[in-house]
Design a protein around this ligand. Structure first.
Ligand code: CP
Ligand code: NVA
Length: 307
């Protein structure tokens, strides 16, 4: 059976830990594994802009012995003249995997339903699971382990990052807290899934409007842009709604003194995070950006060897 990575919980908690272990091993020895030798190609489709995802997947596919094939929105028949299903049926005859950054999660699910090769979600409106593998790897590197740690996500609880944080951290046995205004709730299904998984892994889930409640004793503080790709017209309202949710040095105080700061980037200093925090000693954002490469190589290796 072909394995896909449409969302964080397409793998088991044990497989998540295995992929992070492999990512750490691949970081130490980057060219030891060549599952794409041939070279086999991997389609990288982008319906939204990208720096990290585009570069990390391109370099990662090449590191694994393969050929990255970038397809930008509007440059293929997908979406205009050809359905997702027919695109999947054509691509899977020629490539070893399909990596897609798009809008609706249902598109990712449809691509996966019709593809005979692994489909990887490289960001949808609902989830950003590749980022979470890199973020969890970064926390592992700095803290030694994941289970039992407390993560506080501040800001847009309705974002792809918040949904992925809930599910992926619950899988890792972490205590995940999301502080967000009432109108920006995570997907109910993601919150319920995370709560169910946390009850099995020893983690916990909290969604609250109260920033202080989320931050007490946090080992990791995370935020993301208040204006995700596709929401640019809502900027004014969102900036007003998220007042008080920006990560300032003062606001970091209730977190652990050795607490980490993470942000998937791109970051907007002075809005969701102050320069003092993201450019300060607790920030591990550049490690996380680099770890996109290693984590995605480990993910692809896992999907190829388990499909
Ligand atoms: N964090 C992230 O996915 O960055 P890009 O949008 O640059 O790919
Ligand atoms: N939530 C952000 C993440 C960017 C990597 C967005 O979707 O634009």
């Amino acid at each position: 059976m072909v394995r896909h990575f449409r969302r964080d919980d397409d793998i088991t908690p044990a497989e998540q830990a295995q992929i992070i272990d492999m990512a750490i091993a691949m970081k130490a020895d980057p060219y030891a594994h060549k599952p794409l030798a041939g070279p086999k190609s991997v389609a990288l489709i982008f319906d939204k802009p990208s720096t990290r995802t585009r570069v990390s997947f391109s370099v990662g596919v090449a590191d694994l012995g393969g050929n990255p094939l970038i397809i930008q929105a509007g440059e293929s028949q997908l979406g205009a003249k050809e359905s997702i299903a027919d695109t999947a049926r054509v691509l899977d005859r020629m490539v070893a995997a399909i990596v897609w950054r798009t809008f609706a999660q249902s598109g990712i699910d449809e691509m996966a339903a019709h593809s005979a090769v692994p489909v990887i979600n490289s960001l949808s409106d609902d989830f950003h699971p590749c980022q979470l593998l890199a973020d969890l790897m970064t926390i592992r590197e700095h803290k030694g382990s994941l289970a039992g740690l407390t993560v506080a996500f501040l800001g847009d609880g309705s974002s792809n990052m918040a949904n992925s944080y809930l599910v992926a951290c619950a899988m890792a046995g972490m205590n995940v807290r999301v502080a967000t205004p009432a109108r920006y709730q995570p997907l109910a299904e993601a919150r319920e899934t995370a709560t169910r998984i946390a009850s099995e892994t020893g983690g916990s889930v909290l969604v609250t409007p109260d920033v202080a409640e989320a931050l007490v004793g946090a080992d990791v503080v995370v935020t993301d842009t208040w204006i995700s790709m596709g929401q640019e017209s809502e900027k004014e309202r969102r900036v007003a709604d998220f007042a008080g949710y920006g990560v300032t040095a003062e606001l970091m105080a209730p977190a652990q003194s050795d607490g980490l700061f993470l942000h998937c980037l791109p970051a907007f200093r002075g809005y969701e995070v102050d320069a003092e925090v993201i450019d300060g000693p607790q920030s591990v954002v550049w490690d996380a950006a680099e770890n996109r490469l290693h984590a995605q190589k480990a993910l692809m290796h896992f999907l190829f060897t388990s499909s």
